[in-house]
Structures are given as structure tokens and as C-alpha cells.
Design a protein around this ligand. Structure first.
Ligand code: C2E
Ligand code: MG
Ligand code: MG
Length: 620
């Protein structure tokens, strides 16, 4: 045996020894642990089965619709929720190509097409409208996920479908509520404001102009009060439609609330264009509207402001248009006015007047002046009209013509009216205490007071508190207050009459009175307006009106008073035509309670020069 053979032998022995030492225990260990390994393998398989079962039942019961399609897009599986959402059964779907997978134009929120996403092995997500089996459309959120095989090739596609119609609907509704007027469907104040801001931004870049129109319906409250809120709502919807019809598609029409509308004419070449639109709107509003069975006509007042000429600030433009609208109302309604700078000054003055009026009401800074009414047939004072004056620190006295409209608008008139009524009743009570027993006091009521549902209650309370018997109190209302709503007026007047007070119609002849409605009204007196009296006896028109009013009053058995009598010829014309009660500067200006006795004496002397004037007054 050579050295070489001995070497191999040694090597073989060494390997054998090593195997005995290392491999044998390994084999032994393996033999010992084999059952455990097998067991673990089985357990893993069991787990796999179980998780497959769990997974498939999760897919089956999922609240999302699930489609599994092969790599060609042919549907292998759909879960029950898919059937619930779409109406398509397993049988309908399996074997067909999922339509969505064939649509090559669809992109997701990141503008990636479905095919691109699948190639990248990425999920893809989109919102889209789809059709149920019954034809109904619904909103769905779709997530598409690729499933790759072990080699990384696309093997299946899973589509996950959520029916989000309810969510979309709610969101749409919420958006609608937040930005649109629920009654008319027009944009609301918030959205309009946004559009205005956007419009102004756009305007900075262009050379065009933009007009903002502010429309307020005239006497809308009257329609609402008379015909009810449903009719009012119907009218607002009609107006909304008419406004839309009067402007171009790209113009914006909004309802700010109540009967206030705004219109944005986004692209005009001159302010005159806005005037043309305003004219068109006013004309279209005048078309009669039938509400339930009643035909009514409304008109509107429009304020116009133009950007950039008037301002480039949205708030300022809104205020400008509002001020111009008020000017249109002051001009007799049913017209439009452009904003001018003097409106700002006027509004500032008005605002401070309003604030000061509030303070005056709190401090009761009002005095009542009395203007005697003379019974010419008997030659004596038969009553007084109470006329309010605002005692102002700086201005001395502010006339009612200036502050009553502000008091009306702010509602402060209710308090002012009560102050006047109380002072008037107390003053007559004081006169009665001196022995006068046949003179009345007339107190003016404003429109807002007349419609105040606490009016009757307030008059009753003041009479009780001052102790004046109701037959000495007369309430003056104007014709227009009655014409607003005849039925309601009759009912209020009847309640007042039931208290025992008398009713006079003031400024008679300036409204739209007709004999037919006069006969229905429970009134006692007509006061011929001073605009007719002032033109007596020369103006044939005014003499004709005055004599007609007197004749009408006589026929209806009403008393008639002429106010604003300034001259002897006026007085003799009136008495000559059987109007015996006169009131005016000819006899006496309105005077304070303190000055009244002196003026009464003077007047009594004038009527009965021979008599002891003081005694004459006091013994009436
Ligand atoms: P009115 O009720 O028609 O009152 C008559 C007005 O004519 C009074 O003006 C009076 O001073 C004025 N007047 C009287 N005689 C003559 C005359 O001969 N010539 C001329 N040119 N005017 C004469 P006044 O006091 O400024 O009141 C104006 C209006 O303010 C009243 O018109 C009435 O509508 C309203 N008013 C006055 N006091 C009150 C009040 O207490 N409450 C309410 N709601 N309104 C009042
Ligand atoms: Mg009056
Ligand atoms: Mg009058």
C-alpha cells in the first residue's frame, strides 16, 4: 500500500468519525423532532384554511361591494353587498367584463388612469356616478387594487365599491343650505357676497364696470299680513323668477332675506345699462300675480351702485345700494335711484337722529302742543289737536315731520305715541278740572301704532290711568292707513270705538277713498286736508274737492273739520259751505299747555267781544 493509499484511508476514517460525531446526533435529533415538525406543518395548513375561510367570509359579509376579476377584467366573484348596491346578482355579473376596467378615459383624483395604476401595481380611487340594475343613478366611491402572482405579474383585480349617494346628497343639501335660499332657490347673502368679491377681483383686471342693484318690494308686509305667509312665500318665488328672467344667465340674483333681493350685473359698459335692467325689473314686477284666488300687484324700489366708479369695496357697495334703495322709497316707491355721495351724509345724519331719538324716548323729552279747533256755529273752542314736539338740547324743538318717520321705522313710535296720549289726556283732565266740560282732545296715530296689536289695550290703560272719560278722546288716523287693509282696519276701528273713543280721518282727500268703503268704516269725523284749504276759495279744483268732501260727510252723517285755515276768506268759504269746525293759524297756532289758557282767553274775546272772556272759557 503506497503512501497515497494510506492517505485516502486516513481521510475516509476521519470523515467517518466526523459523521459519527456530527451527523448522527443531527439525524437522531431530526428523528426525535420529526412528528413535531409535521404537526407544525399541519397546523400551518390548518391556519391557512382557517384564514382563507375568515377572509372569504369577511369578503362575503363586507359592507363594501366587492368584485374580483381576473387580469383580463372578467369577473370571477361578487359579494352579496355588491348585489345589494347594484341590483346585479352573482349570476348576472360573473363571467362578464367589469365595465369600469374597460373605461380608458377614467382618471382618479391624481389624474392617473386606471390602466397606468394597474401597470404600476398601485391602487386607484375615484368617485363616479353609476347606474343600478333598475336604472337608478347612484354615487359610488371605487377603489381598484391589483393582485400580483409570485412572479409579480398581474393575476387579479379587486374592486371595492361604496354607495355614497346619501353622503353626496347630504353634502349637496348642506351646501345648498349654506349658500342658497331654501324658499326661492336663489343664492343667499353669503354666496352673493363671495360672488361680489370675486367680481371685484375680476374687475381689477378688466376695463368693464359692474353694477349692484338692491331691490326691496313695496308694501310686502301688507300682503303677508293680509293674505298670509303662504301667499307671501308664493309671491317671493314669483318675484325671484321674474328677476331671473330680467337678467342674463351670467348675472347673479340673490335673496338676502325677507323681501330684499340683490342683483349683480357683472359686465356692463356704463351705468346706464343698470338703469335699463332696473326699468325692466320694475315693469315686470307690476304684472299682476294671482295668489291662491286673489290677484295682487306689487312694485319695488331699487338702489343702484356701480363699481369701480362708486367703490371697489364689497361692504361699501352693499351699503351704497341699500342707501340708494331707501332714496327710491322716499321718492314714492316703484322707481330706481343711483347712489350719490350725499346719501352717505344723509344716512349719517339719520343715524345720529335715530340714536338721539332713543335717548329722547328714554328721557321722555317730548312735549305736546295743543291747537284749538273752533266751532264757528257756536263761536267757541270745541276741542284741541295734540301735536308732539321733541325738545332737543341743541336744536331746541324738532318738528314731528322730521322725527315721526324715523320713530315709525325704528318702532320707537309705540313709546312716543303712548307718551303723547298720556300728556294729552292729562291736559284735558286738567282743563276739565277748571270747569270745561265740552271740549275734546284729538291724538294722531301713526300707521305702525295703528297696526300694533296692543293699541286698544294701551288706549284703555291710559284712559284708566289718567281718569279721562273716553268720549272726550278722539283718535286721528290717515286714509292710507285704512286703505292698507280695509277688513283689518274695520276690526281695529270697531275695537277702538267699543272703548267709547271717537275716530277722525286725517288729511282726508289725499288718499284713495271711495264712498263705498267710507260707509263701512266706523268713523265719526273727516278732516279736510290743509292742501285743499290753502287754495280756497280761488282754485276751482280745490273748491270742488272741498265742497264734495263736505257734502259726502253730511250724507254719511259725519262731522267735518277743515284744518290749516289761515285766512278769513278760507274761513268764510268753509262756513258758507256748511263746514263749521275749523282749525288753523287764523285762530291759533299749536301752543304749549302752559300757554294754552292765555290763548283760550284771547280767542274767547274774539268770538264774544262783549263777554267776560275768562268766565266764558271756564263755564263751558
Ligand atoms: P296733522 O295731523 O295733519 O297736523 C296738522 C299739522 O298742520 C300740524 O303740524 C300743525 O301745526 C299744522 N297746521 C295747523 N294749522 C296750520 C295752518 O293754518 N297752516 C299750516 N301751514 N299748518 C298748520 P305739525 O305739528 O308739524 O305736525 C305735522 C304732522 O306730524 C301732523 O300732521 C301729524 O301727521 C304728525 N304728528 C304730529 N304730532 C303727532 C303725534 O303725536 N303722533 C303722530 N303719530 N303723528 C303726529
Ligand atoms: Mg292730525
Ligand atoms: Mg292733517
Amino acid at each position: 500500500m503506497g503512501i497515497l493509499t494510506q492517505g485516502y484511508l486516513l481521510q475516509g476514517l476521519l470523515i467517518f468519525a466526523l459523521s459519527a460525531v456530527v451527523i448522527a446526533p443531527l439525524l437522531l435529533w431530526l428523528a426525535r423532532w420529526r412528528p413535531a415538525i409535521l404537526e407544525s406543518q399541519r397546523r400551518r395548513e390548518r391556519l391557512n384554511d382557517q384564514s382563507m375561510r375568515i377572509l372569504s367570509s369577511a369578503v362575503e359579509q363586507s359592507q363594501s361591494g366587492i368584485i374580483i376579476a381576473d387580469c383580463a377584467g372578467v369577473i370571477d366573484y361578487v359579494n352579496p353587498r355588491y348585489t345589494q348596491i347594484t341590483g346585479y346578482s352573482k349570476e348576472d355579473a360573473v363571467g362578464r367584463v367589469a365595465e369600469l376596467l374597460n373605461n380608458e378615459e377614467l382618471t382618479d383624483v391624481n389624474n392617473i388612469s386606471l390602466q397606468e395604476a394597474l401597470q404600476l401595481g398601485a391602487s386607484w380611487n375615484t368617485f363616479m356616478v353609476s347606474k343600478r340594475r333598475n336604472g337608478e343613478h347612484f354615487w359610488q366611491q371605487v377603489t381598484v387594487s391589483p393582485i400580483n402572482d409570485d412572479l409579480g405579474a398581474l393575476s387579479h383585480i379587486v374592486l371595492n365599491i361604496e354607495d355614497i349617494s346619501d353622503r353626496v346628497e347630504t353634502q349637496a343639501q348642506m351646501e345648498k343650505l349654506a349658500f342658497y335660499d331654501p324658499l326661492t332657490g336663489l343664492e343667499n347673502r353669503r354666496l352673493f357676497r363671495d360672488r361680489l368679491e370675486q367680481g371685484l377681483k375680476h374687475l381689477r383686471r378688466s376695463k368693464k364696470s359692474m353694477a349692484l342693484l338692491f331691490l326691496d318690494l313695496d308694501q310686502f308686509k301688507r300682503i303677508n299680513d293680509t293674505l298670509g305667509h303662504d301667499a307671501g312665500d308664493e309671491l317671493l318665488c314669483t318675484v325671484a323668477q321674474r328677476l331671473r328672467d330680467c337678467v342674463r344667465e351670467e348675472d347673479i340674483v340673490a335673496r338676502l332675506g325677507g323681501d330684499e333681493f340683490t342683483i349683480l350685473l357683472a359686465d356692463i359698459t356704463s351705468a346706464d345699462d343698470a338703469g335699463l335692467v332696473a326699468r325692466k325689473i320694475l315693469r315686470s314686477l307690476l304684472e299682476p300675480v294671482t295668489l291662491s284666488t286673489q290677484e295682487v300687484t306689487v312694485s319695488g324700489s331699487i338702489g343702484i351702485t356701480v363699481a369701480p366708479e362708486d367703490s371697489m369695496n364689497a361692504s361699501v357697495l352693499m351699503r351704497n345700494a341699500d342707501l340708494a334703495m331707501y332714496r327710491a322709497k322716499d321718492q314714492g316707491r316703484n322707481n330706481f335711484q343711483y347712489f350719490t355721495d350725499d346719501m352717505n351724509i344723509e344716512s349719517l345724519a339719520r343715524m345720529s337722529l335715530e340714536n338721539e331719538l332713543r335717548i329722547a324716548v328714554a328721557n321722555q323729552d317730548f312735549v305736546v302742543h295743543f291747537q284749538p279747533q273752533v266751532d264757528m256755529a257756536r263761536g267757541r273752542i270745541c276741542g284741541y289737536e295734540a301735536l308732539v314736539r321733541w325738545r332737543h338740547e341743541q336744536v331746541d324743538v324738532i318738528s314731528p315731520d322730521r322725527f315721526i318717520p324715523v320713530a315709525e321705522e325704528t318702532g320707537l313710535i309705540i313709546k312716543v305715541g303712548e307718551i303723547v296720549l298720556r300728556q294729552a289726556c292729562l291736559q284735558l283732565k286738567a282743563l276739565q278740572a277748571t270747569g270745561i266740560s265740552d271740549q275734546t282732545v284729538a291724538v294722531n296715530l301713526s300707521a305702525r301704532q295703528f297696526r300694533d296689536h296692543k293699541l286698544v289695550q294701551m288706549v284703555r290703560r291710559v284712559l284708566a290711568e289718567t281718569g279721562l272719560a273716553p268720549q272726550w278722546l278722539e283718535l286721528e288716523i290717515t286714509e292710507s292707513m285704512l286703505m292698507d287693509n280695509i277688513d283689518q282696519a274695520i276690526s281695529i276701528l270697531s275695537d277702538l270705538k267699543a272703548l267709547g273713543v271717537a275716530i277722525a280721518i286725517d288729511d282726508f282727500g289725499t288718499g284713495y277713498s271711495s264712498l263705498s268703503y267710507l260707509t263701512q268704516l266706523p268713523v265719526d269725523k273727516l278732516k279736510v286736508d290743509r292742501s285743499f284749504v290753502s287754495n280756497l276759495p280761488d282754485s276751482p279744483r280745490h273748491t270742488a274737492i272741498t265742497t264734495a268732501i263736505i257734502a259726502m260727510a253730511q250724507r254719511l252723517n259725519l262731522q267735518v273739520v277743515a284744518e290749516g285755515v289761515e285766512t278769513e276768506p278760507q274761513a268764510s268759504f268753509l262756513t258758507g259751505h256748511q263746514c263749521h269746525i275749523l282749525q288753523g293759524f287764523l285762530f291759533c297756532r299749536p301752543v304749549s299747555a302752559a300757554d294754552l289758557p292765555e290763548h283760550m282767553l284771547r280767542m274767547e274775546r274774539r268770538f264774544s267781544p262783549g263777554r267776560d272772556a275768562g268766565a266764558a272759557v271756564l263755564t263751558h
